[in-house]
Design a protein around this ligand. Structure first.
Ligand SMILES: Cc1cc2nc3c(=O)[nH]c(=O)nc-3n(C[C@H](O)[C@H](O)[C@H](O)COP(=O)(O)O)c2cc1C
Length: 177
């Protein structure tokens, strides 16, 4: 059940050097293509990266929070055409998380690297940098990169006691059941 995957789910940033199998890559491809999108517009493009030099370059997309991509077996860049759909960000985010859950279901681990709204350095934003590295056309926006591989660190799922139950409301804000 998906709730069991969610109970164990954690972001993993340390990976072994084990490559993904062809079968795993095919399932990950299928999973993102099965993601829902607003009005079924599918405004996205998914770039699967396994080349070590490219992964190394993606790891420096921003000063913090992307370094783990250097050690992932694969990374998927999620980008989309904003002219195709006004809610392309939501579309990409859903596809990204479907990718993460599918990876977990395959016994793999993953972590999200935010690219949209992030800076590469003082002169360039992270989106332009990733576009340049991966040859992505100018008209596409880059939302995020999901790094995937075999975990080389252990993290427990968040315990039931840590859940922010105060964030749940019934009928109206601050309403009770
Ligand atoms: C929209 C979004 C952006 C994120 N960006 C990054 C990121 O750029 N780098 C990173 O290492 N983790 C990133 N994360 C992972 C979060 O830091 C992580 O989910 C959060 O700290 C909770 O930890 P957990 O996933 O282990 O429960 C992102 C997660 C989301 C949902």
């Amino acid at each position: 059940m998906i709730i069991e995957l969610l109970r164990q789910r954690r972001s993993i940033r340390k990976f072994t050097d084990r490559p993904l199998s062809e079968r795993q890559l095919k399932i990950l491809e299928e999973a993102v293509l099965r993601a829902p999108s607003s009005r079924g517009r599918d405004p996205w493009q998914f770039i699967f990266v396994t080349d070590r030099d490219l992964l190394q370059a993606l790891a420096t997309a921003k000063p913090h929070g992307a370094g783990f991509l250097a050690s992932t077996a694969a990374a998927v860049i999620l980008c989309a055409d904003p002219d195709c759909c006004d809610v392309w960000i939501e579309d990409c985010a859903i596809a990204a998380f479907i990718l993460q859950l599918t990876a977990q279901d395959l016994g793999l681990a993953s972590c999200w690297a935010q690219i949209r709204c992030r800076e590469h350095d003082d002169h360039q934003d992270a989106e332009s940098y990733v576009r340049h590295i991966a040859g992505i056309p100018e008209n596409l926006r880059v939302d995020a990169i999901i790094g995937i591989g075999t975990a080389d660190e252990e993290k427990e799922g968040h315990g039931d006691e840590t859940l922010r139950r105060d964030r749940i409301h019934w009928q109206k804000y601050a309403g009770s059941k």
